[in-house]
Design a protein around this ligand. Structure first.
Ligand SMILES: Cc1ncc(COP(=O)(O)O)c(C=O)c1O
Length: 384
């Protein structure tokens, strides 16, 4: 056992949580209440004017033809897969190291998630292993390869150039699971425009989060966006009563759109603050833990700031004792979850290793400089 480290002496109330939505709410102040009160006054709780205003602002910000606001990130993925024509028995290639919803959306429509290993530096889908996974799936003949669904883990866009090259050689479509990366970029191209169709999440702790569940689908293609519109609202076109396609109750609530509109006003400043904190962490921690690697030309939205470290669980316990909130995203690779074991079968050594090494540290726009330094000091002491 390693020797006990001196605990940092800090008061109870100086705990630094992994996320802190209270400070953001206080900072947004009356603007948030004005937006929400307007919805309560006009009473159009389903597809009220705030939803369309939000969609227009999101599409403009991203630089893409269409943004469709939906009920969650997972529903955004499911609706996108359905709109792309994915059928039961079709294979959808997903990274093995991600949140359960990535594969859950695939399995929910009876398609088959095929797990692909990830790159140990970026945590994102490894294009070389994707190529192998497609070849193995074709050879086995049990599922028809249809879609590649990379995830932008922790906010860093996946390598869509390499992935699109593999996908187009094999005749597959690409759907981006950008649940964690809204606000990320490659060069001038923003998340939402890096793939033909993209799903994001507005879960409260995401870089752009509402006060409940929410998400969006982005697409350039008019036809695809029209199908997504129908699918989020029982398969109907506009206000018509005819179900044209199979759909779901998949709309973003008007109240959540109002929250997001208030938050969009400060989103760019918040992203800058997240990136500045990440840069400070990188500079201070690179010599003692493995810090996140962002390839040249990319900007992460830093949904999470995640390091890799040996003896992760012991270090986490020490940080907890020092009042520093941490998170494990993810303690299991997808094929290690009971729900997804039946889709197991490939070697996924990097994903399995990462699951034992990753540790997320506090990072949000309202973290003070003093708190950032305290996190750095605590990590330095904990690693020793
Ligand atoms: C990679 C990834 N995909 C999908 C989702 C699902 O999003 P939601 O929680 O909004 O359904 C999440 C949410 O955390 C996620 O991290």
């Amino acid at each position: 056992m390693s020797p006990a480290r001196p605990a940092l002496v800090i008061a109870e109330d100086s705990h630094i949580p992994l996320f802190d939505l209270h400070r953001q709410r206080a900072r947004l102040g009356s603007e948030l209440h004005k937006r929400m009160d307007a919805v309560l006054a006009h009473g159009q709780f389903i597809l009220g004017p705030e939803v369309e205003e939000l969609e227009q602002r999101l599409a403009r910000l991203v630089g893409v033809g269409h943004a469709v606001a939906v009920s969650s990130g997972r529903d955004a993925l499911m609706i996108a897969l359905m709109a792309m024509g994915v059928k039961p028995g079709d294979a959808v290639f997903v990274p093995a190291f991600t949140f359960a919803a990535t594969a859950g959306a695939v399995a929910a429509i009876e398609a088959v998630p095929v797990f692909v290993d990830v790159d140990p530096a970026t945590f994102n889908m490894d294009a070389a292993d994707l190529e192998r996974a497609i070849a193995e799936t074709e050879a086995a003949g049990r599922a028809r390869p249809r879609v590649v669904m990379p995830v932008d883990l922790y906010g860093l866009p996946a390598d869509y150039l390499a992935i699109a090259a593999v996908a187009s050689r094999r005749g597959l479509q690409v759907l981006a699971d950008a649940a964690q990366s809204f606000g990320g970029r490659r060069g001038d191209i923003r998340v939402g425009a890096l793939a033909p169709i993209t799903a994001t999440s507005f879960y409260p702790t995401k870089p752009l989060g509402c006060y409940g569940d929410g998400g969006a689908v982005f697409a350039e293609d008019d036809g695809l966006a029209a199908v997504v519109h129908m699918m989020r609202s029982h398969g109907r076109a506009g206000t018509g009563d005819e179900a044209i396609v199979l759909g779901l109750t998949g709309r973003l609530d008007t109240l959540q759109a109002a929250v997001l509109l208030a938050k969009l006003d400060v989103f760019t400043d918040e992203l800058e603050r997240r990136r500045a904190i990440a840069a400070r962490y990188n500079a201070a921690l690179a010599s003692i833990v493995s810090v996140p690697s962002v390839p040249a030309g990319y900007d992460s939205a830093y949904a999470l700031y995640t390091v890799r470290v040996a003896h992760r669980d012991a270090i986490r316990q020490r940080l907890n004792g020092a009042g520093i909130g941490t998170g494990l995203f993810y303690r299991l690779a997808l094929h290690q979850h009971p729900a997804f074991k039946r889709f197991d079968g490939r070697r996924l050594p990097v994903s399995e290793r990462l699951a034992g090494e990753v540790l997320s540290l506090p990072l949000h726009a309202d973290l003070t400089d003093d708190e950032v330094e305290r996190v750095i000091e605590a990590v330095t002491n904990a690693v020793g």
